[in-house]
Design a protein. Structure first.
Length: 727
């Protein structure tokens, strides 16, 4: 094979250029093969069965129904094979030296006598070891990829499975493919179920029914933010998913409850982690409120006057209430939109607690939110993950109930972003003696994860809170803050002729919106506002797919802004130097977390690795770890929560109809610090402003905090058979 033109890691779809056996491979000798192959590298020999076709654009091609790669045997094939980058530590230069030395015996040398590689000039013991380890890994990955692709699984997911289970991967998958859902990031029930059915697990088996029930509950939590499902609804939804009888599902549910893999409370069915998180959060908050302060109470009136004088301002009535609540109560909440003075209260608290020599800790759910907190207060702030310090060896946070954090007063910003699990872990690490101040905006989108923490705490009516609603942060030309409040109040956008920080650009067709967005980001905004499109301008959209989804937007923006240069490829995505990327999962080993934004500093084609800078800190990603990254010139509005950008371009179109909500547009507008451009149709904007039917989340936190309130039943109970008995 002369070259791989295209290979999609997810699907295995492959386009390659080959020379017939015995030919030199000059351009006149080559032809194109199209087919599916789990793993393919330049220089390999191919066995293909299929038929010749004529493509209307690309001409004569061979469409392979089966495509099998064979390790090359000729010296030239081996050289191409090693030069392709498939083995870490070998690039084109070393591939040539090694093959010049060992010829057709090269692969045997690497396999069984790798010590001889040190005979090559420039290869020392460290590089030899890296080459050998990579060779062994590639052999294992190839085996698992071929096995999994025969069951419909793409190469990217196969690589994750191999990284998790190593040489035992095939045995684990055959024994219980549903383990993949819990053990391997990015592999959900549908993928595991496809494998299970393919290897012969019966459709109506108990293992499949239990896995389907668990997945249905997980989907409720991940997609809807719910902490539980009503029993009857759970079985009906699982039946729709699996196509098996209610009787079998009832038996599986009873068995799952007996084994503790699910939890039942009245007619509510929980994932154990969510049930325990809600219970522990309620119990911990009650303990915090009931435990006396370890220091002498602060004289609030005197402290407020002192802070006003020191900061050179006078607090309004609700700001005064918010500050007094925080000084008098063990737990208090400050809520309100942009520009209403939440940061002013935090600054006043840092001054007052600092004057009392109390140990103050500031934290937020995301790195950008923590950085903003630090910049606005001048006080050090951390992400919650870094505050709690995850220990990869123990797979748990260092600070927890058994090893609590040190501190007297904790201020947590952007609390609306907190899901119930992370809030539970944060609370368990707090000593019962601390003062806790929670700051956030209940009108933003709720957390990506399950729960509705900030709203539930306010609705419980047991924690003092102050809702700030008077706008202070604005100037004569500023419309971002004003329009955020207009949207929140269900009012039309306020627009102004001439220079402004807020613009609406009416654009009808999705294709025109896409073209206008690229033009704005790449040329017009940098020229007029002197902002760097790589670092300062963020495109926000409600969707992932379609013309105006962030995947397509990222491709279009990268093509216009950063179209060439060294790159590594995963699926259809090229990662190039300077690209803006987003981390897609928490990676405690690398100390990077879901939603963190970085910039690719270096592409190492020989080592098949990237160096990404996160806030100036370099982090290395190997080729098989690129599934943790995505281009981030554009991202979802949900993913942008907790962040602010110098400029945002917000896309709204009736194509987004199902997602158009007031809190969506409100959240998007409030991400822009200096400039906000809304590009799309006025009809879509009007729909979003008018639609305020926020989907309720099924949670029980507020009722656990306030025992005087009865938990709504939400439906009828479901009779369950005895485990192992007749349905």
């Amino acid at each position: 094979m002369k070259s791989v033109v295209h290979h999609n890691d997810e699907t295995g779809y492959t386009v390659c250029r080959v020379a017939p056996e015995g030919r030199r491979g000059d351009d006149g000798d080559t032809f194109v093969i199209v087919g599916n192959c789990a793993v393919i590298w330049e220089g390999e020999e191919l066995h293909a069965e299929g038929e010749w076709t004529i493509h209307p654009q690309y001409g004569r091609q061979f469409h392979a129904k089966s495509l099998t790669c064979v390790t090359p045997t000729s010296a030239e094939g081996i050289r191409r094979y090693l030069a392709s980058g498939m083995i870490k530590g070998i690039g084109p230069k070393f591939a040539g030296r090694i093959v010049d030395k060992f010829g057709e015996e090269t692969l045997k040398i690497i396999e069984s006598a790798s010590a001889r590689l040190c005979e090559i000039d420039g290869i020392g013991e460290a590089r030899r070891r890296r080459i050998k380890e990579s060779w062994v890994e590639q052999a294992g990955v190839r085996e698992i990829m071929i096995f999994l692709q025969s069951h419909g699984i793409g190469a990217a997911k196969a690589s994750r499975i191999y990284r998790r289970y190593g040489a035992d991967a095939i045995a684990v998958v055959k024994r219980n493919p549903y383990r993949l859902c819990a053990d391997v990031w990015g592999i959900g029930f549908k993928t595991a179920d496809a494998i299970a059915l393919s290897i012969g697990i019966p459709r109506d088996s108990e293992i499949r029914a239990k896995a389907g029930l668990f997945f249905t509950l997980e989907s409720e939590s991940e997609d809807g933010g719910h902490c539980f499902a009503i029993g009857a609804d759970l079985i009906l939804h699982a039946q729709e998913l699996l196509g098996i009888s209610v009787e079998i599902l009832g038996t599986a549910l009873a068995s799952s409850l007996e084994q503790g893999s699910l939890v039942k409370e009245e007619n509510r069915i929980y994932l154990p982690s969510l049930y325990l998180a809600e219970k522990r959060v309620a119990e911990k908050l009650k303990r915090l409120m009931d435990t006396p302060l370890p220091y002498k109470p602060i004289q609030t009136d005197a402290a407020v006057k002192w802070a006003e004088k020191k900061m050179g301002l006078s607090l309004a009535a609700m700001q005064y209430k918010a500050l007094v609540n925080a000084l008098r109560s063990k737990i208090s909440i400050i809520t309100g939109g942009p520009g209403v003075g939440k940061t002013t209260i935090i600054r006043a608290l840092t001054e007052i607690f600092g004057a009392r020599k109390l140990k103050l800790r500031l934290a937020a759910p995301t790195g950008r939110a923590a950085k903003r907190m630090n910049e606005s207060t001048g006080f050090a702030a951390q992400t919650i993950h870094r505050l709690l310090k995850f220990n990869p060896q123990s797979n748990a946070f260092t600070y927890c109930a058994e090893n609590p954090l040190e501190g007297d007063c904790f201020i947590l910003d952007e609390t609306s972003m907190m899901d119930i699990r992370l809030f539970d872990q944060f609370l368990q690490a707090l000593p019962d003696t601390v003062t806790l101040i929670l700051v956030g905006d209940t009108d933003q989108l709720p957390s990506v994860g399950p729960g509705n923490v900030l709203r539930d705490l306010i609705d419980s009516d047991v924690i003092p809170f102050a809702r700030l609603n008077t706008i202070y942060r604005q100037d004569n030309s500023g419309l971002i803050v004003r329009n955020a409040h207009h949207v929140n109040n269900g009012e039309k956008l306020e627009l102004r002729q001439g220079d402004s920080d807020f613009y609406f650009i009416e654009t009808g067709r999705p294709e025109d919106i896409l073209a206008r967005t690229v033009e704005l980001m790449v040329r017009r905004i940098p020229r007029k506002f002197h902002l760097d499109p790589f670092a300062d301008v963020q495109v926000l959209t409600p969707m992932r797919k379609n013309t105006l989804g962030y995947e397509n937007l990222n491709d279009a923006i990268q093509h216009a802004l950063n179209p060439s240069g060294p790159s590594l490829v995963r699926g259809a995505t090229h990662f190039r130097e300077r690209d803006r990327v987003m981390q897609l999962k928490n990676n405690y080993d690398k100390d990077v977390f879901n939603g963190d934004i970085g910039f690719i500093e270096k592409v190492d084609s020989e080592e098949r690795a990237l160096v990404v800078l996160f806030d100036g800190r370099p982090v290395i990603y190997q080729q098989n770890e690129l599934d943790e990254l995505a281009l981030a010139y554009a991202c979802s509005i949900h993913k942008s929560q907790g962040s602010e950008y110098p400029a945002v371009i917000v896309l709204l179109h009736t194509q987004h109809y199902m997602l158009l909500q007031r809190n969506l547009l409100y959240t998007a507008i409030t991400r822009g610090r200096k400039l906000c451009l809304v590009v799309g149709s006025s009809k879509a904007v009007a729909i979003a402003i008018a639609t305020n039917q926020v989907r309720e989340r099924r949670t029980t936190l507020q009722f656990r905090l306030n025992p005087d309130r009865a938990i709504p039943s939400g439906g009828t109970d479901v009779p369950l058979p005895e485990p192992g008995g007749d349905a």
